[in-house]
Design a protein. Sequence first.
Length: 234
Amino acid sequence: MHLLWLHLFFHLFILINAYENIALRKPAWQRFPYSGRHWWGADRAVDGRYSDLSQYDNQCTISGNYHQVAEWRVDLQEVLSMHHIVIYYRTDNEPWGNPSKYSGRFLGFSVYISNTTNKEDGITCFKDRNFTRATIENPLTISCPNHGRYAIYYNNRTQPPFPSGYSTDGAYNEICEFEVYGCPTPGYYGENCSLSCPQNCQEGHCHIEDGTCLRCTYGYKGPTCNEQCNGKSY
Ligand SMILES: *[C@@H]1O[C@H](CO)[C@@H](O)[C@H](O)[C@H]1NC(C)=O
Ligand SMILES: *[C@@H]1O[C@H](CO)[C@@H](O)[C@H](O)[C@H]1NC(C)=O
Ligand SMILES: *[C@@H]1O[C@H](CO)[C@@H](O)[C@H](O)[C@H]1NC(C)=O
Ligand SMILES: *[C@@H]1O[C@H](CO)[C@@H](O)[C@H](O)[C@H]1NC(C)=O
């Protein structure tokens, strides 16, 4: 029994790590930068560095103080297929969880995937409604099997009273690293992004794990769009 779990865990672990971080060193942007502190800029969340989760080594994005809304995004520069996202939040290298003020700032965040810089044009791949300071993980892994060009982090402190444990001093981006794991080339899937999506998938897009088409080009049907429609039944 133990061996089986170990095996399963190991297998999952390998699977989860096989996709590539397609956000690494891509253009990033944030609303309300910390004024004058360009070394806490949006690009720090995609610089590949997260060994120091404090303000001191310039590895983290930090937004300006006392804003009601925080927003950050990375531009993958084309529509890519994603599998999951990993966020490393600021801790100041102190214990995480209940004692950390930063866990209270992380609470309530959302991640959107969009094809424009506007999050409202996209889909919500995660919205925190249930975490508490004690339960929110760091780093946090979010499943996000979607196609899109922009990954957008959003948080707000617009409507007091805030839920228990939420920060009351504003909304912040304090993202030390934001990793988007997926396939670097459109039209591929599988743990190594080495398999071509079936040829009749619309726009060549397929599910990143199993290669089923999201939609078929005209005249085809079935999960991999390899069955021809007989004219009327399309
Ligand atoms: C982005 O556009 C592609 C088509 O190019 C579409 O398949 C995908 O669903 C879109 N993503 C979002 C989040 O709207
Ligand atoms: C949050 O909790 C509610 C009620 O307990 C549950 O229905 C929902 O699935 C949870 N959402 C997440 C994202 O865990
Ligand atoms: C965030 O904004 C939404 C409406 O857009 C609101 O319902 C929610 O209460 C706000 N959250 C906080 C913590 O202010
Ligand atoms: C991915 O690569 C690993 C190691 O080279 C290999 O064992 C595995 O079969 C590959 N998977 C696919 C779906 O190509």
